[in-house]
Design a protein around this ligand. Structure first.
Ligand code: SF4
Length: 284
């Protein structure tokens, strides 16, 4: 697929990076958001197509503005000037060459924030290898253990194999979460799992795999923010919010595995990423 000559693939991204919104974000895990916010850049398009995507307006409906590498570097530098703790690249994979070019320019302009790679983990190994020495922190999903769910809900039948391979490589590159004296992340891997309503069995399998396939030393974020959005409205299983009972059961199981670090986000707590994104000041 030659995007530079106008061809478009599954994700529909073009030759230039497309940014939906950027700004300080207070809704990530505490060591990522800190007090100054995480300098988040939401990229449009996505390599998956989740029926419940809360960011569907830009991940699947492609909203946003195309930007040059120069403009991207200005965005990165503006987040540093705004006092953000890090640069948080959300769904960046399909724009990696453009991002690396923008980063190169930003570095020569004095950019020095830790870089967070915020990914579904549906990655090629070549991509992850190319990030070694560039990315400091991986904020990476482990969505499914059942391939049928990955195919039905996200259109990615090989998600389980691909994501597990990618997560292992991220763990090898970045290791355990390291914080500075203020409790802000400097380096490491946080694996996120979004608990889906009616799918606790899959949640247990995902968590078990993380403990055995990666390590109980890895930081795990158990996300209870699920609510039906996009094509999940009216869905027989996904058409409702996660109950507190379901979340607490998932949490009990996660605790029984003895992870070194476990971030807890109950369904009634307030950090839905895209809603906070809506409140960000800087948008296109
Ligand atoms: S939920 Fe994440 S991985 Fe799935 S379509 Fe949306 S942005 Fe992409």
């Amino acid at each position: 697929m030659n995007r530079a000559s106008g061809e478009r693939g599954y994700c529909r991204a073009g030759a230039l990076a497309r940014v939906f919104r950027f700004g300080p974000h207070g809704g990530e895990e505490p060591p990522i958001s800190g007090t100054g916010g995480s300098g988040t850049v939401f990229f449009a398009h996505c390599t998956m197509s989740c029926v419940f995507c809360q960011n569907y307006r830009f991940s699947q409906q492609d909203r946003g503005k195309e930007v040059s590498a120069d403009e991207l570097s200005e965005v990165f530098l503006s987040l540093q000037t705004a006092g953000c703790h890090n640069l948080n690249l959300v769904t960046p994979t399909h724009f990696l060459p453009q991002i690396l070019e923008g980063l190169k320019m930003a570095f020569s302009g004095g950019f020095g924030l830790p870089i967070v790679y915020n990914t579904s983990s549906y990655e090629n190994m070549d991509t992850i290898e190319s990030l070694e020495g560039v990315v400091d922190i991986y904020l990476a999903d482990a969505r499914y253990a059942d391939e049928r769910l990955a195919r039905e809900y996200s259109g990615a039948a090989d998600y389980v194999v691909r994501s597990r391979e990618a997560l292992k490589a991220m763990w090898d590159h970045s290791g355990q979460l390291e914080l500075d004296g203020e409790g802000i992340a400097r380096k490491g891997l946080i694996i996120r799992h979004l608990v889906l309503p009616g799918h606790l069995k899959d949640t247990r399998r995902v968590l078990e795999w993380i403990a055995k396939g990666i390590s109980t030393d890895v930081a795990v974020s158990l996300m209870g923010q699920y609510r039906p959005m996009h094509r999940a409205y009216g869905h027989r299983t996904l058409g409702r919010r996660l109950s507190l009972k379901e979340y607490d059961e998932a949490l009990r199981f996660a605790r029984s595995l003895d992870f070194e670090t476990l971030f807890v986000q109950r369904p009634d707590s307030d950090f839905p990423a895209d809603l906070l994104g809506e409140k960000m000041g800087s948008s296109w």
